[in-house]
Design a protein around this ligand. Structure first.
Ligand code: MN
Length: 255
């Protein structure tokens, strides 16, 4: 039983190393990760240049590891279709530094690694710690091990992944684990306009987490209460509730 681990913080990231070492205690682990940080690359794949995968080592990990010049989604494709000796039973992406909640999901390379796994029919989990500064991976590692066990026993429905966000708190301060919905949290003040040394404008994207809405039962709501948030995410983004009305309106349309 092989677990494929990827991330978007890059193959040198401490969160990836902590996750790989912890899961290696309970499964055979292979790492395929970007050679440098690819955060916020979303679900991009590389179509217009060659992909390379070089063997590397993860401190304290016996299993194989590769660094690629691709995105997290590329890494999963490379791992599943060629690099790994067998098809992985589970894909785990992380542990990311920074939350992936609310509107972050389609920007997130971490979540997209797990989305690619789900598309390939493999039960997949994305794990992030809601940290913006110094980070502790202790609880996230435990949660990763527990969810791997759960997914191995029961699988996941088709086209479904688990998006897991862990509060950046010491073990004793985490108040529980909540199954949540994707919230609406987004970033504000996202665009900074500056002048370069020659006086020409340039822009820097970023921003800070906006205020709520932290509706009860959402990912951000759980994190704010010190709980681990586990959100089941479906790959089909059809707005089912809009179908009847849209069908009615388009039915009256003459082309
Ligand atoms: Mn990242």
């Amino acid at each position: 039983m092989t677990v494929l681990i990827t991330n978007d913080d890059g193959v040198s990231a401490p969160g990836l190393h902590a996750l790989a070492r912890a899961l290696a205690e309970v499964a055979s682990v292979a790492v395929v990760a970007p050679e440098h940080e690819r955060s916020a690359t979303g679900h991009a794949i590389t179509l217009h240049k060659p992909l390379r995968a070089l063997r590397t080592t993860i401190p304290g990990l016996a299993g194989p590891a590769w660094a690629t010049n691709g995105t997290p989604a590329d890494c999963v494709v490379l791992g599943v279709l060629d690099l790994l000796p067998e098809r992985p039973a589970v894909v785990v992406s992380g542990i990311n530094v920074g939350p992936n909640i609310g509107r972050d999901l389609t920007y997130s390379g971490t979540v997209s690694g797990a989305m690619e796994g789900a598309i390939m029919g493999i039960p997949s989990i994305a794990i992030s710690v809601a940290a913006f500064g110094p980070v502790t991976f202790d609880v996230a590692v435990d949660v990763g091990r527990a969810l791997l066990d759960l997914v191995q026993r029961h699988g996941l429905p088709a086209d479904t992944l688990l998006n897991v966000n862990v509060p950046n708190l010491p073990r004793g301060q985490v108040t529980g684990i909540a199954v949540t919905r994707q919230g609406a949290r987004r970033y504000i003040n996202r665009l900074e306009k500056r002048a370069d040394p020659r006086g020409r404008p340039y822009y820097w994207l970023g921003g800070e987490p906006g205020p709520g809405p932290d509706e009860e039962g959402t990912d951000s709501w759980a994190l704010e209460r010190g709980m681990v948030s586990v959100t089941p995410i479906h790959m089909n983004m059809t707005a089912e509730d809009v179908l009847p009305e849209l069908t009615r309106r388009l039915g009256a349309l003459r082309l």
